[in-house]
Design a protein around this ligand. Structure first.
Ligand SMILES: CC(C)(COP(=O)(O)OP(=O)(O)OC[C@H]1O[C@@H](n2cnc3c(N)ncnc32)[C@H](O)[C@@H]1OP(=O)(O)O)[C@@H](O)C(=O)NCCC(=O)NCCS
Length: 177
């Protein structure tokens, strides 16, 4: 398959009309989520689900989901906690799922969707605060992917990782408030 240019991708909220029956990312649970659960989660406002498509083609090439969440302050590195107000729980944005259809892997779409999710999280945090973006990495490959972008592991679980919102702001050239 010839590589697509990023300009060929559009990100939009998941709709009923999006083709997702053939979506396969290598993780059955993620495929099933997109095919069977994601619309219901979006309708119930449990998760906001966004998909990447090509112009004039509703087939889902990749997707991610965002939700409000909180983490225990005790799970953050001590040097970071020291700089924060002493609350036991802290608000974060959860990037619950991110997956790319197998034929489109390795073409930059994962990075494109991750950056889209981070930028969307940063914008939302200006109105409803979140001090980090948290992800649940499914396996060692996902951990390695997120580490490339500066995500660090939370101490409580091997799969849960976080990126401070200040780092996200700096990534997009914004000064922290
Ligand atoms: C992880 C995943 C989202 C990456 O998507 P992708 O479109 O293949 O990634 P990209 O092509 O955008 O890669 C961006 C960069 O990350 C690197 N990369 C991709 N997967 C990586 C991995 N598992 N470990 C380390 N680096 C990785 C690429 O080499 C590329 O680096 P470069 O810019 O130096 O060339 C995709 O493989 C996937 O859907 N995996 C299954 C689901 C999953 O594990 N999701 C995450 C946890 S929910």
């Amino acid at each position: 398959m010839s590589p697509l240019l990023p300009v060929d991708w559009r990100v939009e909220p998941l709709q009923k009309s999006h083709g997702r029956e053939a979506f396969s990312c290598g993780h059955v649970a993620l495929d099933r989520y997109l095919q069977q659960q994601a619309r219901q989660d979006a309708q119930s406002q449990v998760a906001a689900v966004f998909v990447a498509v090509k112009p004039q083609d509703s087939t889902v090439l990749g997707f991610y989901s965002l939700s409000a969440a909180s983490i225990d302050a005790a799970d953050l590195p001590p040097d970071l906690v020291k700089k924060l107000p002493r609350y036991p729980h802290l608000p974060v944005t959860l990037l619950g799922r991110l997956a790319i259809d197998l034929p489109y892997k390795g073409q930059g779409l994962g990075q494109f969707l991750l950056l889209d999710a981070l930028y969307r999280s940063l914008q939302a945090a200006a109105a409803i605060a979140a001090m980090a973006v948290v992800v649940d990495a499914k396996d060692a490959a996902a951990v390695a992917f997120y580490k490339r972008y500066g995500f660090m592991q939370l101490s409580a679980s091997k799969g849960r990782m976080f990126l401070p919102m200040k780092t996200v702001a700096a990534l997009f050239g914004f000064q922290s408030r």
